[in-house]
Write a protein that binds this ligand. Structure first.
Ligand SMILES: Cc1cc2nc3c(=O)[nH]c(=O)nc-3n(C[C@H](O)[C@H](O)[C@H](O)COP(=O)(O)OP(=O)(O)OC[C@H]3O[C@@H](n4cnc5c(N)ncnc54)[C@H](O)[C@@H]3O)c2cc1C
Length: 378
């Protein structure tokens, strides 16, 4: 099968899953505000979590383009499901694959790719959001162990995660250059997780704080060489950003598809509202911005698949497509009028879920600044 055919098949498979199995329950999942474990396990069986890993660890030997196609199709219907899937495929497992010991790979990575264990990835702290150089969680080497103390915030999947990849300081004097990632199994003494956050959107992906109090882990649970934490994060940063662009593209398409149909169905003044130029202009703009978003997103995934450096382009794509998703969701609520205000319509959910896309993978303001820097402005 050619790469092109493989991509088409993958898109069809996840689009079918999203339309037939997720769509009918997507709103209910948000209302229940629980982790849908059976869907997670089903995605594991479908090979979703191993999509970007080689077969030797149970992966599907796919690439970043395939990963993003899957994210896009899931996000078109449910951002909650897309978000926990993306997290499990990339941030929660990548450091285990690239820097984990054989024991970590065997006992944690492989089961995670099969959907038997849930991972989480933790950078953010109460006083360190964009400013990761300010993290305070400290990992001190004591004999043949690390002892970790600190508080992490906004940890996606924390309430039910079996393991955490956690960014810690090992040398405060070096700021962002003195950070490292550590692997912490959930059942390690000293690990505790707060109540789930009560939040605006993606309510079926639960988030909580992670407290680490005198957590002892073996030296080999540091993921990567000492002082290489930032470098290792940079290695996957383009992929994190383009993944967020793909999630945004999916949501924009979902908002567009719902709006398109509603505009044809809703009759006012004896005509479907699609006959009014005001509505046509919205649909025309949404379709154009989605087309541009598609080109940007998959241009960058192709660069990643060719092994090219593309952090600037990935940042541009994430900035552009997440803002497109916000505009598409906004226009969708206008097309739906009062009905967008009712929770039963998905456009209401899309509107709330777009906010997450503005922060994850770098806020728009930070990305704008970084792009200016990549351009050589300062
Ligand atoms: C749904 C959700 C899930 C998340 N999941 C995770 C997770 O699993 N793991 C994790 O580690 N984190 C997670 N986060 C946290 C996310 O990564 C942070 O929200 C993000 O890093 C931004 O940090 P902040 O929200 O504290 O904003 P801040 O950094 O406090 O920024 C606030 C505002 O100031 C602006 N700003 C800050 N610094 C600058 C500057 N230098 N120049 C210009 N403007 C600036 C920002 O753009 C923003 O508008 C999640 C967040 C959400 C909402």
């Amino acid at each position: 099968m050619t790469q092109k055919d493989a991509r088409k098949l993958l898109r069809r498979t996840f689009a079918k899953f999203a339309d037939e199995e997720l769509k009918p329950i997507a709103n209910e999942l948000e209302e229940r505000e629980e982790f849908p474990r059976e869907i997670f396990q089903r995605l594991g069986k479908m090979g979703a979590f191993g999509i970007r890993y080689p077969r030797e660890v149970g992966g599907a030997n796919g690439n970043c383009t395939m990963f993003c196609i899957m994210c896009e199709e899931l996000a078109r219907v449910s951002m909650s499901v897309a978000a926990f899937t993306a997290m499990q495929c990339l941030m929660s497992t990548d450091f285990l694959f690239n820097h984990g010991t054989e024991e970590i790979k065997e006992n944690y990575l492989k089961p995670a790719l099969r959907g038997e264990l849930v991972g989480a990835f933790s950078l953010t702290e109460p006083d360190a959001g964009s400013d990761l150089g300010n993290i305070r969680t400290m990992a001190k080497q004591v004999g043949d162990e690390f002892v970790i103390n600190g508080l992490k915030s906004w940890v996606t999947n924390a309430p039910y995660a079996n393991m955490f990849t956690v960014l810690c300081q090992t040398d405060k004097s070096k700021g962002i250059r003195g950070v490292n990632f550590f692997f912490i199994p959930r059942d390690t003494p000293g690990v505790s997780v707060s109540q789930k956050f009560d939040k605006m959107g993606t309510r079926a992906t639960l988030i909580a704080e992670l407290a680490l109090e005198d957590v002892h882990i073996p030296l080999e649970y540091r993921l990567g060489e000492e002082g290489r934490g930032l470098g290792n994060l940079m290695r996957i940063l383009a992929e994190i950003r383009i993944m967020t662009a793909a999630l945004s593209l999916g949501l924009a398409r979902g908002a567009y598809e719902e709006s398109f149909q509603y505009a044809k169905d809703r009759v006012q003044f004896n005509k479907p509202i699609s006959k009014y130029q005001a509505i046509q202009m919205k649909i025309g703009t949404m379709a154009t911005e989605i087309y541009a978003s598609n080109l940007l997103t998959y241009d960058v995934t192709a660069m990643i698949d060719r092994g090219e450096r593309c952090l600037k382009e990935a940042s541009m794509a994430k900035l552009f497509v997440s803002e497109v998703a916000c505009r598409a969701a906004d226009e969708a609520t206008r097309i739906f009028g009062a009905y967008s205000y009712a929770n039963e319509y998905p456009v209401n959910r899309f509107f709330r879920d777009t906010r997450f896309l503005l922060f994850g993978g770098g806020t728009s303001e930070i990305l704008q600044t970084m792009i200016a820097r990549y351009e050589g402005l300062f």
